[in-house]
Structure formats: C-alpha cells, structure tokens
Write a protein that binds this ligand. Structure first.
Ligand code: SAH
Length: 248
C-alpha cells in the first residue's frame, strides 16, 4: 500500500487529518529530506530521504518497498499532485513492471502553497487563474514564456511556483519582463515566502516595482489582473481580492 501525501504549506495544523493518519500508519516514509524533517519521528518507522531532483528514482524505491508488503507514505510539500510526487509515482507505474499496477495507491490531498498564499492576503484567486512552475528543468524557457503570455493576455491571475533558485537565478526577472509587455505596471504582485512557517514573509507590490530579489525557493509569487482590487490598511499588509464580476 502506498499513500502519496501532501504535507501542506508548513504549519502542522494545515496538515489534513487523513494525511496525519496515513503518516501515523506508515512503516516507511519516502521523500525529499527537508519534507521528511517536517514529520514528527515515530519509533519503528524507517525514513528514506533523498535528494530534490531524484523524483523518479524515489518513486521507484517507494513502489519496490510497497511490493515487499511495507506500508509506504511518499511525502510532498503542499499538495502532492501540484508539482509534487504524485506525478512521479504514476509515471514510474506507467513505465514499470506490470505488478506495480496491482498495488493499492491512495493520493491524499493537501493544502497547496497557492491556496495558503492566497488566503494569507485575502482572495486574489477568487476567479479564473492559472498556475505555472518557473522551473525549466523539465520544460524549455520558450514554453514558459509562451504560457505566461497566453495567461496574461487571457486575463488570468497567475500563481508562480519555483520562482527562483541558486541554479535558476534569472527566470523570475525574465518572467516579469514578459508580463510587463502585456499587463499594466500597476498590476498587483504578491511575494509570499514560507507561508504558515515561523519565518513567513509577505510583500505586496506592483508589477512595475516587482524585484526578483524578494523571492527565494520558498516563495510563491501571485500576479493579479486588471480587475484585482486592493484594500489598504494602516500598518498591515493590504487585502487583495478578485471581484466576483469583471466590472466590479
Ligand atoms: N507540491 C507543492 C509545490 C512544490 S514546488 C505545493 O503544492 O505547494 C516548490 C514550490 O512551492 C516553492 O518553490 C514555492 O514556490 C512553493 N511553496 C511551497 N511551500 C510554500 C510556502 N509555505 N510558502 C510559499 N511558497 C511555498
């Protein structure tokens, strides 16, 4: 049996109860090291931590363990189906030995970073929106730029995962440059870093002023639309929301 679990954005009370039960019942935990560190240790449970990029190998390892009658929990941050381990697991099954199709697999949904970040500033994703990862490890920059253009010109609010890392220092700045061609400089941009964790940091700015240096690999970037509204508040981060109609 394999549970594929989304751990939520960080705070332990944003972990779904079903995910908590599956973690409790697992004999083996498989995942990227920093995610495994978020799970409280339990005696008798074996942890298999791996490197960030080794997703397919990690998925195959989890499947091999499940074949040995272990109860395996594969963990991702946020939701496991959003740029997480669920895809890698099904890809491994799709290309793996036929016996893997007989295993019991349950994907337990989690609170994805975009939901936690949006909730933190109000309701910026209350209407049509679009989600992109800026990581170009698995797709070309041309594809990313074309999708950004399509999303901006179609009037979607945009959530950007994986905005930047040491290996990918320029992509976020280049993404803002693409968006500036199609959207007014006053368009709202939110940098939401480490949401729900002790070092959480949230900045609301505009597309014209958006500085990629505000982001790191724990940041979710939200870009509004021309309809996005801001409610200023003295001494606090403003509330941002998507009105319910285009002309609100
Ligand atoms: N499966 C995860 C996403 C994994 S990709 C999910 O559903 O949230 C990793 C990216 O998620 C990071 O680069 C960042 O953009 C975002 N992220 C994850 N946790 C976050 C948090 N607590 N606050 C802000 N962004 C977060």
């Amino acid at each position: 049996m394999i549970h594929v679990i989304g751990l939520g954005p960080g705070a332990s009370d944003l972990l779904a109860p079903r995910a908590a039960s599956a973690l409790e019942a697992a004999t083996d935990l498989v995942g990227y090291g920093p995610y495994l560190e978020r799970v409280p240790p339990r005696t008798g449970q074996t942890r298999h931590a791996s490197d960030n990029r080794a997703e397919l190998a990690r998925a195959r390892h989890a499947l091999a363990l499940a074949q040995e009658e272990r109860r395996v929990a594969v963990v991702s941050g946020g939701d496991a189906g959003v740029f997480g381990m669920a895809s890698a697991l099904f890809e491994a099954i799709d290309h793996g030995p036929p016996e893997w199709r007989a295993l019991e697999v349950e994907v337990v949904p989690g609170i994805s970073a975009l939901l936690a970040a949006a909730a933190r500033v109000g309701a910026p994703l209350g209407h049509d929106f679009c989600v992109l990862s800026l990581s170009d490890n698995l797709k070309s920059w041309e594809t990313i730029a074309a999708r950004l253009t399509a999303a901006a010109t179609a009037g979607f609010a945009i959530a950007l995962y994986n905005p930047l890392s040491r290996a990918r220092p320029w992509q976020l700045g280049a993404a803002f440059d693409v968006l500036r061609v199609h959207l007014p400089g006053a368009t709202r941009v939110v940098f939401a870093t480490a949401v729900s964790r002790p070092d959480e940091r949230v900045t609301v700015t505009t597309l014209a002023a958006a500085d990629p240096a505000l982001a790191d690999m724990r940041t979710l970037v939200l870009v509004g639309t021309q309809a996005t509204r801001t409610i200023e508040r003295a001494g606090a981060v403003p509330w941002i929301y998507a009105p319910r109609g285009e002309s609100a």
